[in-house]
Design a protein around this ligand. Structure first.
Ligand code: PMP
Length: 394
């Protein structure tokens, strides 16, 4: 008979780009490829103190099984935090702690998507969200986006001409991969439309606090009177990704089901990690810590955009992110970014080609650059090498 995998597994394949990028672990490679935070700003000493306090004060509780919803003091902190930063009003009882926000994306897919269901997303969008949703075998429809976010007229057209849309996935703040942020007007118009059509939305916001200038706009969830928006975020970018602590803020009817899904998946997120973060938040000023990250990333963003503007040919376009980790580059027609990557790797510089960020379209002249993980001199050097390769391409 032989082994037969589920049909969702047939879709899983190692990506060619991931294989090519394996060599970026070599220290001589200047990598703009990952989405890694700067390890220099991880609060190692502070977390050490918090961990010792947790083990001294409530060690056996921290090492025991705990509730699926998550550690109460942490849920309270998150509820206050997302209201203060993003105008999200969700009581602690409706915050579910997840193992990173990546798990939250998987759960939302599990909650809404049957095979063949339609999910809308920005074009381009976060590649690992595509992978998470894809295991539920949906059809993706990409909604055109511009510098202000999703183009609402295009979204309206799609909603009026498509049968039922089960879910919409958006990243309105410093989007991965483009670095773009939706205008407040677009957020409002988007919220009106989804309320008219009553479609659940995942608002994924891992980067919103990492704003280098200007003020944080209100979340889409803040315009959502019907409880349709599921707000997802994480400590990965404002604290550290290794703890794997993310969360979901959702209205009661969604929340209850998500808790059941979480129970079936892993019972609960690591008790000790949750308690360590909660203790850190009690003992230290995370806002001051976020400010430190912002200052480091702002300088790196400036180094990257300054070098691109000075060195790349004038017909290469890029976004001007006001925060986050990424900028998005569009090469003139005729360039293939996978080929460009191969040539750049010969000069020890790496990036992610844009193709995998489009679930359906084959767009091969775009690429994503990360600026958070390399010091300024390396950024300038790497962009200089890329500029040479771009100029020699043809
Ligand atoms: N959403 C987006 C848009 C991301 O860029 C990432 C991480 N790169 C995640 C979710 C997942 O992050 P984590 O699981 O570490 O919270």
């Amino acid at each position: 008979m032989g082994v037969a995998f589920a049909s969702r597994v047939e879709l899983l394949k190692a990506s060619e780009i991931r294989e090519i990028l394996k060599i970026t672990v070599r220290p001589e490679v200047i990598s703009f490829a990952g989405g890694l935070p700067a390890p220099e700003v991880f609060p190692v000493e502070e977390l050490k103190q918090a961990a010792i306090r947790v083990l001294d004060e409530s060690g056996s509780q921290a090492l025991q099984y705990s509730t699926t919803e998550g550690y109460e003091p942490l849920r309270r902190h998150i509820s206050r935090r997302i209201e203060a930063k993003f105008a999200v009003k969700t009581a602690p009882e409706n915050i579910l702690i997840t193992s990173g926000s990546q798990q939250a994306l998987d759960f939302v897919g599990k909650l809404f998507l049957d095979a063949g269901d339609v999910v809308l997303c920005e074009s381009p969008t976060y590649l690992a969200a595509i992978s998470a949703f894809r295991t539920y075998l949906p059809k993706f429809i990409e909604v055109p986006t511009d510098d202000d976010g999703m183009v609402i007229e295009e979204l309206a057209k799609i909603l009026r001409s498509t049968g039922r849309v089960k879910l919409i996935y958006v990243i309105p703040d410093f989007q991965n991969p483009t670095g773009r942020t939706w205008s407040v007007e677009r957020r409002r118009q988007f919220a009106e439309l989804i309320q008219e059509f009553e479609i659940p939305v995942v608002e994924d916001n891992p980067y919103g606090e990492l704003r280098f200038e200007g003020v944080i706009p209100p979340s889409i969830k803040s315009f959502d009177a019907k409880g349709l928006v599921i707000f997802v975020s994480t400590f990965s970018k404002i604290f550290c990704p290794g703890m794997r602590i993310g969360w979901i803020a959702a209205a009661e009817n969604f929340f209850e089901k998500l808790v059941l899904i979480k129970q079936g998946a892993d019972l609960h997120t690591s008790s000790i990690s949750q308690q360590e973060i909660a203790k850190y938040l009690e003992l230290f000023d995370i806002d001051a810590h976020v400010q430190k990250i912002i200052e480091v990333y702002r300088r790196r963003r400036d180094a990257m955009l300054g070098s691109i503007d000075a060195l790349f040919p004038a017909d290469v376009r890029h976004t001007y992110p006001q925060g986050g980790l990424f900028t998005w580059v569009e090469l003139p027609a005729g360039y293939k970014s996978v080929e460009l990557l191969k040539r750049c790797l010969e000069r020890n510089v790496a990036f992610v080609p844009g193709d995998p960020f489009f679930p359906n379209n084959q767009i091969d002249n775009t690429l994503r650059l990360n600026f958070s993980n390399m010091p300024e001199e390396r950024i300038c050097e790497g962009i200089g090498r890329m500029a040479q390769v771009i100029k020699e391409y043809k």
